[in-house]
Design a protein around this ligand. Structure first.
Ligand code: GLN
Length: 238
C-alpha cells in the first residue's frame, strides 16, 4: 500500500498530478473587471484575452481557475497553475516568491466613497475605516503608511463595496479601472479625485520557469506593440 502511494506521489511530482500537458492553467480572481470577471457564467476580461494568446502561442488550451486573490501566488508556487494573471502589481514581496513578466499595465490606486460621504479629499482618510481586498498592494500600502487607519480586509471587492454602502467602512482603496466598474454597478458610490500611488501589472510564473516566462513576455510585448491591451481594456470597460 505504502509503496503504491509513494509511486503515485512520485508520478505526481514528475508530471504534475491532475494537470493536463495540453492545458495552460491560468489562476485569477474573477472579481476585477475589466481584467477578469464573470459574464454569462464565463470568466472574461483583459487578462483572459492575453491568456488565450499565450495558450495559442504554446499550442495549448487555456483553462481559467478562479481563487481568492491572496491564494494566487501559492497556486503558482505549488504548481497547481501555470500563470497567475489578476491585475497583479509587481512588488518586492511577490518577487521573492514568483517570477514576474514584463509590465503590461500602469494602474493608479484611488479612493471610493459613498456619494454623500463627508470625506472630500484623499488626504482625509488617514484615520478612517478603510476596506481593501486582502493581500493586495492597497492592503500592504495602508498597513505600512496609514498606521492610524482601521483597515478592514475583505476577500472580495463586492464585500468592500457593501462595507461602504452600509456605513461599516468609510472608503475603499483599490485600482482605478476596477473602481470605475464598481461605481458603475453601485451608483451610490463615487471615486474621489487624485491618486494614492501608482503601480504596474505583471503576470507571474513559478520561480525559475524561464521557458514559460519567455513565451509570456514575447506575447505581452507583441500585444503591447500592437496596442491590443488598450483595445481589450476598452472592450471590457463598456
Ligand atoms: N493591483 C492590485 C494588487 O496587485 C490589486 C489586484 C487585484 O485585486 N486583483 O495587489
Amino acid at each position: 500500500m505504502l509503496k503504491k502511494v509513494l509511486v503515485v506521489i512520485t508520478l505526481c511530482l514528475l508530471v504534475g498530478c491532475g494537470k493536463n500537458d495540453n492545458e495552460l492553467v491560468l489562476i485569477t480572481e474573477a472579481g476585477f473587471a475589466p481584467y477578469e470577471f464573470y459574464e454569462n457564467g464565463e470568466i472574461v476580461g483583459v487578462d483572459i484575452e492575453i491568456g488565450k494568446e499565450i495558450a495559442k502561442e504554446l499550442g495549448k488550451e487555456l483553462v481559467v481557475k478562479d481563487v481568492a486573490f491572496d491564494f494566487i501566488i501559492n497556486e503558482i508556487k505549488s504548481g497547481k497553475g501555470d500563470i497567475g494573471a489578476a491585475g497583479m502589481s509587481i512588488n518586492d514581496e511577490r518577487k521573492e516568491q514568483v517570477d514576474f513578466s514584463i509590465e503590461y499595465v500602469v494602474s493608479n490606486q484611488v479612493v471610493v466613497v459613498k456619494n454623500d460621504s463627508n470625506i472630500k479629499s484623499i488626504d482625509d482618510i488617514k484615520n478612517k475605516t478603510i476596506s481593501v481586498q486582502l493581500g493586495t498592494t492597497a492592503d500592504l500600502y495602508l498597513h505600512e503608511n496609514y498606521k492610524d487607519a482601521n483597515i478592514v480586509t475583505q476577500k472580495k471587492y463586492l464585500a468592500a463595496a457593501e462595507d461602504v454602502k452600509s456605513g461599516k467602512s468609510d472608503c475603499i482603496v483599490m485600482d482605478e479601472l476596477p473602481a470605475k466598474e464598481l461605481v458603475k454597478e453601485n451608483p451610490e458610490l463615487k471615486i474621489l479625485d487624485g491618486i494614492l500611488f501608482t503601480d504596474k501589472y505583471g503576470m507571474v510564473v513559478k520561480k525559475g520557469n524561464k521557458e514559460l516566462l519567455d513565451v509570456v513576455n514575447k506575447v505581452l510585448q507583441r500585444l503591447i506593440d500592437e496596442n491590443k491591451i488598450e483595445e481589450y481594456i476598452i472592450k471590457y470597460s463598456e
